[in-house]
Ligand binder design. Structure first.
Ligand SMILES: [Zn+2]
Length: 347
């Protein structure tokens, strides 16, 4: 395909209806990204049901954008799509217009979110049922998915589910065990070559030291194991309303030698893995009650722990990078390498 064939994508060759469709593509695409970023922020603030709502709305906008994009004839063979990608897709002038909260139902869902946020909390599971998004037309269905999409007839199997019980993630037992088994190695790699003083250092008041983060991960593993034990050994437990220890309470770990902190992590993680190893599928699905997330099971709780560990490991890698960059004792070559790796993305 040659560049001149792409001219037909250009706005001045479009019919009025094409204009409308490309407008819809642009607005829905922007809405998709906006909701996606808001979901990420909600997860960072540990508002997992609000994140789930934003994820569902994002998927709905993606479906709308995708339908418009296809209708414009912009999805062709991969060979043609590669050529189009090189040329750069052009959609012309876009009228500024609403990109989110477009449908009445989206606004109803967002009104619930607003009420919860007004009370300084996440949505409770009872306030936001399981959500299903039609991947063809973006229709959102709450509660139970019964039959094909009422708007476009797409089968249930082609819907994307955002279930309360999967709000933390959807890793299964095998992936959960693989992740939990490698965290200790990741922690040891992150502290390798850094002395005790550097590991205790806070880059600023808002950022904990690496030692505090290791200690905090040890605390959280213990919280998880206690909940896992309750789920496995008691019937339908309700988790105590007491909240898990905060990162602020990890300040005590700053004064401890890193080897002791890693040993403590090793001990708790080994116990956790021993508790989980060889569990049946039925055991992973044993249920309890959580004050915010409603009915949760062991899979939900393990995904909670992993989403938390994942976020902290990324934060720790950044802190390690910044510590080395700020410390004159480490060679310039070493720092330069890390900086180049970090800025390699994009151009
Ligand atoms: Zn549909």
């Amino acid at each position: 395909m040659h560049a001149d064939e792409l001219v037909e994508l250009a706005p001045h060759h479009m019919t009025d209806s094409d204009h409308e469709t490309s407008q819809m593509f642009a607005l829905a695409s922007m809405g998709h990204v906006a909701y996606h970023l808001w979901a990420e922020q909600a997860r960072q603030e540990r508002r997992f049901n609000l994140a789930r709502l934003f994820d569902a709305l994002s998927a709905a906008r993606l479906a709308r954008a995708g339908r418009a994009f296809r209708r414009l004839g912009w999805v062709r063979s991969t060979a043609e799509n590669v050529a189009s990608a090189f040329s750069g897709a052009v959609i012309g002038d876009i009228r500024a217009d609403r990109i989110t909260g477009v449908t009445p139902f989206a606004r109803e869902l967002l009104a619930r979110a607003q009420r919860a946020i007004g009370e300084g909390r996440d949505l409770h599971a009872g306030e936001l049922g399981d959500l299903f998004v039609c991947t063809t037309c973006g229709e959102i269905c709450e509660g139970k998915l019964e039959g094909a999409c009422r708007r476009c007839g797409t089968v249930p199997e082609a819907h994307k589910a955002f279930r309360a019980i999967e709000a933390m993630g959807t890793l299964g037992p095998h992936a959960i065990m693989a992740f939990l088994e490698q965290t200790e190695d990741a922690l040891r790699t992150l502290v390798a070559g850094l002395d005790d003083d550097l590991l205790s250092r806070r880059l600023n008041d808002a950022r904990p030291s690496l030692k505090e983060l290791i200690g905090h991960l040890t605390d959280m593993d213990a919280v998880f194991r206690q909940r896992a034990w309750l789920l496995l050994e008691t019937n339908q437990p309700t988790f105590p309303p007491a909240h898990p220890p905060t990162i602020e309470s990890a300040a005590v770990y700053r004064d401890q030698p890193v080897d002791a902190l890693l040993d403590a992590y090793h001990t708790t993680r080994t116990q956790t893995l021993n508790l989980l190893r060889g569990l049946t599928s039925a055991a992973w699905h044993r249920e309890g009650r959580h004050e915010v997330y409603g009915v949760v099971n062991l899979l939900h709780q393990a995904n909670w722990l992993i989403s938390l560990e994942r976020a902290y490991l990324v934060e720790m890698a950044q802190i390690r990078h910044d510590l080395i960059a700020a410390d004159h004792r480490y060679g310039e070559a070493n720092v330069a390498n890390i900086v180049v790796t970090g800025s390699n993305e994009g151009e």
